[in-house]
Design a protein around this ligand. Structure first.
Ligand SMILES: [Ca+2]
Ligand SMILES: [Ca+2]
Length: 164
């Protein structure tokens, strides 16, 4: 706050001399000066960032990068969404893909999902390794559809308990 005041020219600025310490007011801290005040706006916080895992890839095969999100709804429910890249660089409306039934897919048991064209059809797919409570690990591949959404996973590989 004071740094901003110094940047503006300190007491020679239009703000003049400090008249208060920083005070928390609605929307962020503020400090009063004889000629005005400086207020920090708090940016809106992203309340869902910790629930999402985002991946890049060309999931609809149109040559442009897209964004896929693995969204953890809690209650052992997750869903996949795709935001397709548009020619202007923006993102299209989200496409909803596979969704786990409640109690089936615990996000905390997932490793890090990766993207890549596993079946070489020109569209990137998602692959994850899931650690089952009994100790076994299983790889799942979510093949992408033409619209960039994801179909139900294929169980592509499994390691017995105690090996992975
Ligand atoms: Ca694309
Ligand atoms: Ca593919």
């Amino acid at each position: 706050m004071r740094q901003k005041w110094f940047e503006l020219g300190a007491e020679r600025s239009c703000l003049g001399y400090p008249q208060s310490d920083e005070d928390d007011v609605a929307g962020g801290p503020r400090e009063d000066f004889s000629g005005g005040y400086i207020r920090h706006s708090r940016r809106p916080t992203d309340g869902t960032a910790h629930l999402r895992t985002e991946l890049a890839g060309d999931f609809n095969g149109d040559g442009r990068a897209d964004l896929a999100t693995v969204y953890d709804y809690g209650g052992q429910t997750s869903a996949l969404f795709t935001l397709a890249g548009k020619p202007d660089g923006g993102s299209a409306e989200d496409v909803r893909g596979w969704e786990a039934q409640e109690g089936q897919w615990y996000a905390g048991s997932l490793g890090r999902p990766v993207s890549g064209d596993t079946d070489r059809d020109g569209r990137d797919d998602l692959a994850v390794v899931y650690n089952h409570a009994a100790g076994s690990s299983m790889a799942h591949t979510f093949r992408s559809r033409a619209d960039g959404g994801f179909d139900s996973p294929l169980k592509s590989w499994q390691a017995p308990a105690g090996t992975w």
